[in-house]
Write a protein that binds this ligand. Structure first.
Ligand SMILES: *Cc1c(COP(=O)(O)O)cnc(C)c1O
Length: 395
């Protein structure tokens, strides 16, 4: 019986400490939430700037719904492309210094669509081994040949690129690795792409809004030298993707690139062509979000202070913090059940930190993925630091 097989598989996962389960929030996204009628201090959202429940975004969403209705009613290529969508695409392209941009309903769909539209049979996709699951799925769907390189191993990537003589080459990478929090060596990756005539596709889900001047993202981390235009980040070889449901606080994603790339996506990215456009009211809210991001230097400075505070406060625990300068601060536990037990012990103290286990991360590297938000206070961070020290003494 098929159900018995499924139940057997689920039981086995549970026995290994790997069963995934959801919890239902009874309040809006924030560091202070209620789950099962109990208050929690949460360190597991990707709402890095605390915009998900920002009054100005809520007002823009309400106003957008008044003006444009609840739903788009059609795909972008039929009759679902509205003025706020177009305005948002224009603003996003200008913000990240690219000629054109295209909205997708989610980052997952953007990755599927871009890789499938730009690489196919006879082409090769090169991917960092710890890329996000959506990039991994995207390369399989594309039917291109796949070559994965060890995390951040540029020498291995160079070797693989040199061995590939025919077809289009596409290097795909997270800009901020989502489970480790470290940064891709984008500039060095671009140099390799230039040497071997490859495209570079950058997934900046965790950098947009947070990193770079005014939150413009990972391509803007180093200020461009005077007289050099926008610097290396403006290379036409780079195809940039960022999501709009994390720091931007709403939902969706965009791809920014040369016009010919964007036109190709409009024609060939199935996850763009064959799906209903996101509600135009979301685009209206995102226009407001973009303004808050641009003006968000104080939020980013506060987030940076929290990162420093947490890293200093946790440096003497028996479990090491992974080397990350971003709002993603994983505490490496190793054993699946111990990671889960720590997460549960924190929860008993009213603190919510997600335990991340295989297959999301490699075997033996289960971790507590602590994420910080500008909505946290220094006292919030101190409470987590104190609780982890108590648990370290008990274990
Ligand atoms: C979250 C995430 C995505 C998916 O974006 P959604 O908009 O949530 O579908 C893609 N890539 C990375 C690196 C992510 O962290």
């Amino acid at each position: 019986m098929i159900f018995q097989q499924l139940e057997h598989d689920l039981d086995e996962r549970a026995a290994r400490g790997l069963l995934r389960q959801r919890r239902t929030l009874e309040t809006p996204q924030s560091p202070h939430i209620i789950v099962d009628s109990k208050p929690y201090l949460a360190f597991c959202s990707n709402d890095y700037l605390g915009l998900a429940n920002h009054p100005q975004l809520i007002a823009a969403l309400q106003q957008g719904a008044q003006e444009w209705g609840a739903g788009a009613g059609a795909a972008h290529l039929v009759s679902g492309h509205f003025a706020p969508h177009q305005q948002l695409e224009d603003r996003l392209a200008a913000f990240v210094g690219k000629p054109a941009a295209l909205l997708f309903s989610t980052g997952y769909m953007a990755n599927l669509g871009v890789v499938q539209a730009l690489a196919g049979k006879g082409d090769t996709v090169f991917a960092d081994k710890i890329n996000h699951a959506s990039l991994n799925d995207a390369m399989l769907l594309s039917r291109a040949a796949v070559k994965r390189y060890r995390h951040a191993d540029l020498a291995q990537l160079a070797q693989l690129l040199a061995q590939t003589k025919n077809g289009r080459k596409l290097v795909i990478t997270d800009a901020v690795f989502s489970m480790d929090g470290d940064l891709a060596l984008l500039r060095e990756l671009l140099d390799l792409c230039e040497r071997f005539d490859a495209w570079l596709y950058v997934d900046d889900a965790h950098g947009f809004g947070v990193l770079g001047q005014q939150g413009r993202g990972s391509l803007f981390q180093a200020p461009p030298p005077k007289g050099e235009g926008l610097g290396w980040g403006s290379s036409p070889r780079i195809i940039y993707m960022a999501t709009l449901g994390k720091a931007a606080g709403v939902s969706g994603a965009f791809v920014a690139a040369e016009q010919a790339v964007i036109d190709t996506l409009v024609n060939h990215a199935n996850s763009y062509v064959y799906t209903t456009a996101a509600p135009p009211a979301l685009a209206a809210a995102l226009l407001q979000s973009l303004q808050l991001i641009e003006q968000g230097d104080a939020l980013r400075a506060h987030l940076h202070d929290l990162i420093v505070q947490l890293r200093n406060g946790l440096s003497d625990l028996p479990w090491p913090l992974m080397p990350s300068e971003t709002a993603i601060q994983p505490l490496l536990i190793g054993d699946n059940r111990q990671a889960l037990a720590l997460s549960e012990a924190l929860r008993a103290r009213g603190i919510w930190v997600a335990a991340i286990r295989p297959p999301t991360v490699p075997q033996g590297t289960a971790r507590l993925r602590i994420t910080l938000s500008a909505a946290h206070s220094a006292a919030d961070a101190e409470r987590l630091i104190g609780a982890l020290h108590e648990l370290a003494q008990e274990s």
